[in-house]
Design a binder for this molecule. Structure first.
Ligand SMILES: [Zn+2]
Length: 383
């Protein structure tokens, strides 16, 4: 027994040493080969990528990844390439493979998760994208994840979650989201009204107004709801508040405002508001509303011709053209002519059939795409 042990020590130890040494040599040689091979394949892939030969680049990167499966950067590069090419199944597989690795550091794991969420988003798999982005909340990619989730909630019309997410973003200092939150609550209110849940709609609208006190939409909806409930006077009050908050948006409700004024016997009040609105911000919608209030045709309105002279729009020109013959003057003709001239100018250009370049004069060679004879010899409106 004792002899056996000595013999074992004498023969076995050197043998173990030699085997160990050989193994380590093999390891080093293997590592060396990998380290030489990977950059070579990597540079090859990069070169192909720069030469816009993406198919070959992918082959080179796949080869590099096979040689060196531990390299995360290569995986990320490959995953991004697949995603950009619209090969989402493959990019998902690359990123999931990365995530499955137990040795991946936390920051790289977050990065892979982020890439995976982008894959799902681009692939249109929104429920999976949502789950992937949710896993990123509170981490390194917190803000991007929350912004993506906000877009996802808006896309799926999940307005309450959208409002909550926008609020959280605002609190975290990602910017001002008041207007957006106000829209979310307006949508909640409209949906609640469609379900006949009036109290819920009122509550949502109050939150919409609170989120952005200067926003026109909550006042606009509040007026419409009051009118639908038969409270025309209250509708007038809401829309006057809208006028104070946002002059330009008032034209959206000008006609309904005039009708509400008529239905509750407040014609003078409505006329005064509409007149001052038109003075502050000339608008054909307001002129139409004033005409309705007076029970006259738009063509008869004394405001139409001055508006046409100022704005030269086709709608105003049409209103003036509807005047009876005895009211038709040279001034009307000049103003209508000016509006037609302005509207027709873009149609009196020549347009390249190859690239769409437009020009006042005719070109035999397009200055945009350098094609010869690509301009049809007729102006756009004559084609
Ligand atoms: Zn062209």
């Amino acid at each position: 027994m004792e002899f056996d042990l000595q013999a074992w020590l004498l023969i076995g130890l050197p043998l173990a040493f030699v085997l160990g040494w050989l193994a380590s040599r093999l390891d080093v040689r293997q590592m060396r080969r990998e380290h030489v091979d990977s950059p070579k394949a990597y540079y090859k892939g990069l070169n192909l990528l720069l030469n816009e030969q993406q198919d070959k680049a992918i082959d080179a990167f796949i080869e590099a990844v096979q040689n060196d499966p531990d390299t995360t950067e290569l995986h990320f590069a490959l995953g991004n390439l697949f995603r950009r090419r619209g090969e989402f199944e493959r990019s998902v597989r690359v990123h999931q493979h990365l995530l499955a690795r137990a040795d991946l550091p936390a920051s790289e794991r977050d990065r892979a998760q982020h890439a995976l969420a982008q894959d799902f988003m681009k692939a249109g798999l929104f429920d999976r994208a949502e789950a992937a982005y949710r896993a990123l909340v509170g981490g390194e990619h917190d803000r991007e994840a929350r912004l993506a989730l906000l877009n996802l909630y808006e896309r799926s019309r999940d307005w309450r979650n959208a409002a909550e997410m926008a609020r959280a973003l605002e609190v975290s200092g990602a910017g001002a989201f008041g207007q957006r939150i106000s829209h979310h609550w307006c949508e909640v209110a409209l949906e609640a009204d469609a379900r006949q849940q009036s109290a819920e709609a009122t509550e949502a609208l109050a939150l919409a107004h609170q989120a952005a006190p200067q926003a026109p939409r909550p006042q606009l909806i509040a007026g419409q709801r009051a009118l639908a409930a038969g409270q025309a006077g209250e509708a007038l009050t809401h829309w006057e508040a809208l006028l104070q908050a946002d002059l330009a948006s008032f034209s959206l409700v000008a006609m309904a405002y005039a009708q509400a004024g008529q239905s509750c016997g407040q014609v003078e009040r409505a006329r005064a508001t509409l007149t001052s609105a038109h003075e502050a911000h000339p608008s054909l919608d307001v002129i139409k509303a004033l005409a309705v209030l007076d029970g006259s045709a738009l063509a008869q309105s004394p405001l139409v011709l001055p508006y046409l002279k100022q704005q030269a729009t086709l709608a105003a020109a049409q209103a003036v053209l509807n005047r009876p013959a005895e009211q038709w003057t040279q001034e009307c003709a000049d103003a209508v002519g000016k509006a037609l001239d302005k509207a027709g100018r873009p149609l009196q250009r020549y347009r390249c059939a190859a690239c769409g370049f437009e020009a006042q004069r005719y070109f035999w060679q397009c200055p945009g795409c350098l094609s010869w004879d690509s301009f049809p010899p007729q102006r756009i409106e004559d084609q």
